[in-house]
Design a protein around this ligand. Structure first.
Ligand SMILES: [Fe+2]
Length: 321
């Protein structure tokens, strides 16, 4: 049994490593429910679990070896080329993550909505996995008018190594848009950027981890002021930007809790418990308006978003914990 555990850990590690940009390929909740946690596995019968584990390992072995082979021989020139592996990869992660204790979602049917508050007032809610909205917390951010496509175009064009940092160290998420990278996004026509009639809608996200890019952005936003002083907050962020359909239903593979400031526009979030908690917990939706900050443990709450009112949505996201 120890060997089996080691194998599972190995598979898990390999696929997590390969899942750098899984979000844009996130499976739907119904797909995951159908394949990730069969009902007969939840009974904690060890024979059933062992048989299930073997089946999972078998199903995963082929794509795993394919991924290793391709890496080894440099056939995949970039991670974009591994897309065909990612849906399996995402499912491996779903298969092998620990089964959630449903305490986190039991009796939760809406986010806790709080007025803009101080660090002191927020202390009682710190590090909670309960979905929360802090109203108007970003009301004084200059980013509300500064963060435009033109701002990011100028910033990325003038910063040496900026585009490369997204490709090599950070992450680009194209979701259902037909953009392969940030350079293509920032080069789109004005008509498409403005979501004019007849143009395809777009919604993308990318991670900023280039120090100069982050320094420039930080002049126009701050880490939410109510977060505790002792919280670890990485010096990186994500921008999510676009129209209409946002992120598909997924969990995030991150180390900490997530905060997301709605800088421009409004968005509807749909959150759902992990499949093993569906009989005890409920899915629900909530709206977030410009200047609100959402706090969500996106590692255990499935989530998807949709931009409202046919307008543009821009958010700044990072982690704390
Ligand atoms: Fe997410």
């Amino acid at each position: 049994m120890a060997e089996t555990k080691k194998s599972v850990e190995f598979v898990r590690e390999m696929f997590l490593e390969l899942s750098e940009d899984y979000i844009q390929h996130g499976a739907t909740i119904s797909d995951l429910r159908a394949v990730a946690i069969p009902a007969n596995v939840k009974d904690h019968n060890s024979a059933t679990q062992r048989a299930y584990l073997k089946k999972v390992l078998l199903v995963l072995l082929v794509p795993l070896l394919y991924g290793i082979f391709n890496r080894q021989f440099n056939i995949i020139k970039s991670f974009q080329g591994t897309r065909c592996l990612l849906p399996n990869n995402y499912l491996v992660w779903e298969f092998t993550r620990p089964i959630a204790n449903c305490d986190y979602c039991r009796d939760v049917e809406s986010p806790l909505t709080l007025p803009n508050l101080t660090k002191e007032e927020f202390r009682a809610y710190s590090y909670s996995s309960r979905p929360m909205i802090i109203k108007s917390a970003a009301h004084d951010w200059p980013a509300r008018t500064k963060f435009t496509l033109q701002f990011f175009r100028d910033l990325y064009e003038r910063t040496k190594g900026a585009y490369e940092s997204v490709e090599e160290e950070c992450q680009f998420l194209g979701f259902k848009s037909n953009f392969a990278n940030l350079r293509e996004v920032l080069a789109m026509s004005e008509r498409r950027a403005l979501h004019r009639e007849g143009e395809d809608p777009w919604y993308i996200g990318w991670k900023n981890c280039h120090p100069q890019i982050l320094d420039a952005m930080r002049q126009f936003y701050s880490v939410p002021h109510f977060l505790p002083d002792d919280a670890e907050i990485p010096y990186s962020n994500y921008i999510f930007l676009g129209y209409e359909e946002g992120a598909v239903m997924h969990l995030d593979y991150i180390s900490r809790l997530m905060w997301q400031a709605q800088v421009i526009g409004s968005k509807t979030w749909t959150v759902a418990p992990t499949p093993e908690c569906h009989s005890e917990c409920k899915s629900f939706k909530f709206s977030v308006d410009a200047t609100d900050v959402v706090l969500l443990d996106t590692r255990i709450w499935y989530h998807s978003t949709r931009v409202e009112n046919d307008g543009l949505s821009l958010t700044v996201t990072s982690e704390y914990g």
